[in-house]
Design a protein around this ligand. Structure first.
Ligand SMILES: [Zn+2]
Length: 298
C-alpha cells in the first residue's frame, strides 16, 4: 500500500513521539489511527537504521519551532552519533530524493552564527517545504555541540574537527599548536559528519563557518567554482579557491578535493549576528537547494 506522502516519515525512533503527535493531529481526517501508527514503522523497511533511542534534546529541537503537522511529517531527525561529552549529533532531513544537498554549521564552537544560520534554514524549510524543489536537504546545525556549549573552537578534547578528516594531506598538528587529533578521524564528531556524507552521497555540500570581516568568502573545494560564483551573485561574498593558508585535514579537503564533491566553505563575516547572517545568506542558501541547472545556467 502506498501511504499518503504526509505519513512517509521518520525512519528514526528518536522522534517517534513527535511522529505520533503529528499523526494524531491528522488521523481524525482519516479515522484510521491504528493503520497510521503501523505506517510509521512500515516506512523503515528497506532503509538503514539511523538513530538509537529517544533523546530529550531531539524533542526540544522539535518544540523550538511551530511547525504544522504536515511539516512535522516531512522532516526526519537522525541521530548520527554522540559527541565526546555525549551530546546527540542531530541531522534534519527534508525530502526523499536521491538528489541531495548536505549543509552543516557549528563545527568550530567559537563560530556560533554558523550554527544559527543552519538552524534558521531548518526552520525555513519546515515552514516553506515547497522551496525544496524535489531535492533532499540534510542539515546538521551543530556539528560540534561540546565546543559550541563552551564557545571554543575544538571539541571537548581540544581537537580542531576541521583538521581531523582523513585526507591525503592530514598531519598531526600545525604551527600554532592546534590539535588535529592523534589520528585522522579520531573524533566522534568527525566520524558523524563522514557518516552523513557516506549515507547521503550529496551532489554538493555547504560547510558554514565565520571569520573576521574582510576574509569572509565563498571558499570552494572540488568542482564548485560555478556554485561559489552563483552564491557570490546572491550574498556578495568573494569566491575563493584558497583561504591563503594550509588546511590539512579540513572537511573541504576531504569532501571537495579527495572525493570530488562540490564543496563550499561559507565563511560568514564574524561581526554580524546570526539573524543578520541569515538575512544576508538566505537567497544564496536557497539557491543551492534548487536543482543544479538553476545555478549553472546563470
Ligand atoms: Zn571555522
Amino acid at each position: 500500500m502506498e501511504w499518503p506522502r504526509a505519513f512517509r516519515t521518520h525512519s528514526v525512533s528518536s522522534d517517534r513521539f513527535e511522529c505520533y503527535r503529528g499523526l494524531a493531529r491528522v488521523c481524525l481526517a482519516f479515522a484510521a489511527a491504528p493503520l497510521l501508527a503501523t505506517g510509521c514503522t512500515r516506512v523503515n523497511e528497506g532503509r538503514p537504521p539511523v538513530a538509537r533511542r529517544a533523546e530529550p534534546q531531539v524533542h526540544h529541537l522539535f518544540r523550538s519551532v511551530s511547525p504544522s503537522a504536515v511539516a512535522l511529517a516531512r522532516v526526519r531527525v537522525v541521530e548520527l552519533g554522540r559527541s565526546v561529552r555525549g551530546r546527540p549529533l542531530v541531522m534534519h532531513v527534508f525530502g526523499h530524493s536521491n538528489d541531495a544537498v548536505f549543509i552543516f554549521g557549528g563545527i568550530h564552537g567559537n563560530e556560533p552564527t554558523s550554527a544559527s544560520v543552519a538552524r534558521r534554514l531548518i526552520e525555513h524549510l519546515r515552514n516553506y517545504p515547497e522551496v525544496l524543489g524535489g531535492r533532499r536537504v540534510a542539515i546538521v546545525a551543530e556539528a560540534n555541540p561540546d565546543g559550541l556549549a563552551e564557545r571554543r573552537r575544538g571539541n571537548a578534547q581540544g581537537v580542531d574537527l576541521n583538521r581531523n578528516f582523513p585526507t591525503r594531506n592530514w598531519r598531526r598538528a600545525d604551527g600554532d599548536g592546534r590539535g588535529h587529533g592523534p589520528t585522522p578521524a579520531s573524533e566522534p564528531e568527525t566520524r558523524a559528519i563522514m557518516r552523513a556524507v557516506d549515507r547521503l552521497d550529496p551532489d554538493c555540500i555547504i560547510s558554514i563557518h565565520s571569520i573576521p570581516r574582510g576574509k569572509h568568502c565563498n571558499n570552494y573545494d572540488g568542482p564548485a567554482e560555478d556554485l561559489a560564483a552563483a552564491m557570490t551573485r546572491l550574498n556578495g561574498y568573494p569566491p575563493r579557491a584558497s583561504m591563503g593558508y594550509p588546511t590539512p585535514g579540513s572537511f573541504g579537503s576531504w569532501a571537495g578535493i579527495d572525493r570530488g564533491i562540490p564543496t563550499i566553505t561559507l565563511e560568514l563575516p564574524r561581526d554580524l549576528s546570526g539573524s543578520q547572517c541569515w538575512r544576508e545568506n538566505r537567497p544564496a542558501l536557497l539557491a543551492v537547494i534548487q536543482p543544479r541547472t538553476v545555478y549553472l545556467s546563470q
